[in-house]
Ligand binder design. Structure first.
Ligand SMILES: Nc1ncnc2c1ncn2[C@@H]1O[C@H](COP(=O)(O)OP(=O)(O)OP(=O)(O)O)[C@@H](O)[C@H]1O
Ligand SMILES: [Mg+2]
Length: 395
């Protein structure tokens, strides 16, 4: 057989498969989210709204009766339901008379530096994207101004936020545009608003692979400069606009992850507590340390405010997992976050329809399942928020 011919056929087949898949995904998305109805956030019950705000529901009711703040929508049963915008308006209102500054708007104050959290591990499927998405959304719902960056060419975080990487980003608009070596675009031009008031997104897509290819070339030509500061430098352009940046890293320790590591003020390493994952983690840690040494030798400041391990997809009833968790806690002590992220079908099911657990309706799940999952997510995210507050000198 003519080898050139097979090559050509394979090409054609792959191309055709790619096109069919993109079309199918688009069709699927149109069924799930009709084209002109952009993704929106669900409404929150008054109970959920008061829990998010940290006030009593009776107080929210009083505000409503007194005509203060936003007017929540009323259900046919006369229950108040709040939009995310309502909740943000309430934050602004409540903060004016807060007993303690920052009770309702907990973000940066004069002198506080932007928090940049890199979520990483080169183990695929360790829960990086799920962690990043829920952390970014929870912080935004809690009143922080958040920028989520999808640094993974697989672009799952992007898709989760209703932007289809293979359809919506054909003319650019990813983080790659802002960090490439050849005439980088301004950060503002790649940032998009999401359906959550305080949450912005910089999408990713396959084009990010270019950064992995271009960096060695630029290094060889001596014009990569401090390549590992591409993200850090780009973020400086929008420093004032955010309190927290969450970066979802790809499952490899390439130049993209190194740039995230160099930009980060806090590092979150996700670990699925299974033996194979933990064994590969040892390698990941050693390589990371080696790389950080190399970067530090060039004079760069590689200090971080904190780094923590987050146990993901944890199953409390699984004995081997428990042994691994105990082992990790003994070795790494308080570097392991107290709360593990529980494995839950609510989280994976929500993921199937490109949603986070914060976006789906509680009524779509068995109550106990939903409640257990959301409680674990909130505890994880609030523990991270505490680390952020600590770096700003508050607790
Ligand atoms: N707590 C959880 N409970 C149940 N399923 C989960 C949980 N966390 C993640 N998953 C599922 O596990 C899969 C992998 O998770 P995720 O995509 O977050 O990992 P990742 O580390 O980002 O993967 P990759 O390395 O490919 O980027 C997804 O299908 C996700 O829905
Ligand atoms: Mg991922």
């Amino acid at each position: 057989m003519d080898p050139a011919k097979t090559h050509e056929d394979l090409n054609a087949v792959i191309r055709q498969h790619s096109e069919t898949l993109a079309a199918q995904l688009q069709a699927q998305r149109e069924t799930l989210f009709p084209p002109d109805s952009a993704k929106t956030m669900r409404k929150f019950t008054s109970g959920e709204a008061s829990a998010l705000l940290g006030v009593n529901d009776s107080y929210l009711r009083k505000l409503h009766l007194d005509g203060k703040g936003p007017s929540p929508e009323l259900t046919p049963g006369n229950r108040r339901i709040y939009s995310v915008e309502d909740i943000q308006d309430l934050r602004v209102l409540l903060e004016k008379t807060a007993r303690k500054k920052g009770d309702y708007l907990p973000g940066r104050r004069e002198g506080d530096k932007l928090q940049i959290i890199g979520v990483m591990n080169f183990k695929g499927g360790s829960g990086k994207t799920t962690t990043s998405a829920h952390l970014a959304q929870r912080l935004a719902l809690k009143g922080y101004r958040v920028l989520a960056i999808d640094l993974d060419p697989q672009a799952s975080l992007t898709a989760l936020h209703g932007v289809q990487p293979e359809m919506d980003l054909n003319d650019g608009g990813t983080i790659y545009d802002a960090i490439r070596y050849d005439s980088p675009a301004p950060m503002q031009s790649v940032i998009r608003k999401t359906y959550i008031p305080n949450l912005d997104l910089i999408p990713g897509n396959l084009e990010l692979m270019e950064f992995e290819h271009e960096t060695p070339r630029a290094l060889a030509q001596g014009n990569a400069g401090l390549f590992f500061f591409r993200i850090k430098d780009a973020l400086q352009q929008v420093d004032e606009d955010y309190d927290v940046v969450v970066i979802d890293c790809p499952p490899q320790l390439g130049f993209l992850t190194m740039s995230a590591l160099s930009a980060a003020t806090g590092v979150l390493v996700t670990i699925h507590p299974e033996m194979l994952d933990v064994m590969s983690m040892s390698q990941f840690l050693r390589m990371t340390a080696d790389l950080m040494d190399v970067i530090a030798q060039s004079g760069a400041d590689m200090s971080h405010d904190w780094m923590r391990y987050l146990l993901t997809r944890f199953e409390p009833s699984d004995a081997p997992q428990n042994r691994i968790v105990a082992f990790l806690r003994t070795m790494y002590g308080d570097k392991v976050l107290n709360t593990p992220m529980l494995k839950s079908t609510a989280i994976s099911d929500a993921g199937l329809t490109k949603q986070t657990l914060y976006e789906v309706e509680r009524s779509a799940f068995t109550r106990a399942t939903y409640d257990r999952a959301i409680e674990s997510l909130n505890m994880v995210n609030d523990e991270i928020a505490e680390l952020i507050q600590k770096t700003w000198g508050r607790t």
